[in-house]
Design a protein around this ligand. Structure first.
Ligand SMILES: [Zn+2]
Length: 192
């Protein structure tokens, strides 16, 4: 941030009185511009036919991670709920209509200032199609997931949690759990 969004004068990075971390403070009007994590919301759209369970993935048509596979997800907008964001992103990226179920993963990604949340969902029909941000949209069984070509760690974690819960439920019954997990920046080895 270089300029104040209130008065267009330059901002400076400083710790305001009674605060404990640096903020962008306007040199003219004194407005403190707080920056907080962004919410990324998505769904796990599932199609199940006689126990043959498949999940809908989108191949990204945008950077970052162009050409890699993701669950439908994106930044939450103002004036919407997390559930509305999940349904909206699923329709925008995959043209898919879903019935939304419970929240399934809550993933902190502190080094990129994001919190990711994914809801389980059921596809209402197979009438899906790639949106403008997707090159392709397809259903995958667990054995078909392109694990080496998944766009982000939060997607890999969510899919692994999902198929682990699914296997447990098929084996012994029970319900899906809420999985919360912190994805920390990989530490550089001291020898490097
Ligand atoms: Zn200002």
């Amino acid at each position: 941030m270089k300029f104040c969004s209130e008065c267009a004068h330059p901002v400076s990075l400083q710790v305001p009185p009674d605060d404990n971390r640096p903020r962008f403070v306007c040199t003219q009007c004194g407005t403190i511009h707080y920056q907080n994590p962004k919410m990324v919301i998505g769904s796990i759209p599932v199609w199940d036919h006689d126990g043959d369970t498949r999940v809908l993935l989108c191949k990204r048509a945008i950077e970052p991670r162009y050409g890699y596979w993701t669950l439908p997800a994106g930044f939450m907008e103002n004036n919407e709920t997390t559930g509305e964001a999940a349904s909206r992103e699923t329709f925008e990226e995959a043209g898919a209509r879903i019935e939304l179920h419970d929240l399934f993963t809550l993933l902190n990604v502190p080094h990129v200032h994001q919190v990711h949340m994914f809801y389980r969902a059921t596809l209402l029909d197979l009438d899906y199609a790639a949106g403008t941000e997707s090159l392709d949209v397809a259903l995958f069984r667990e054995s078909e997931i392109p694990w080496d070509d998944i766009a982000f760690p939060t997607i890999t974690h969510t899919l692994r949690f999902f198929f682990a819960d699914l296997a447990r439920i098929k084996r012994e019954g029970g319900a899906y759990a809420l999985h919360s997990h912190d994805i920390l920046k990989p530490m550089r080895r001291s020898s490097e």
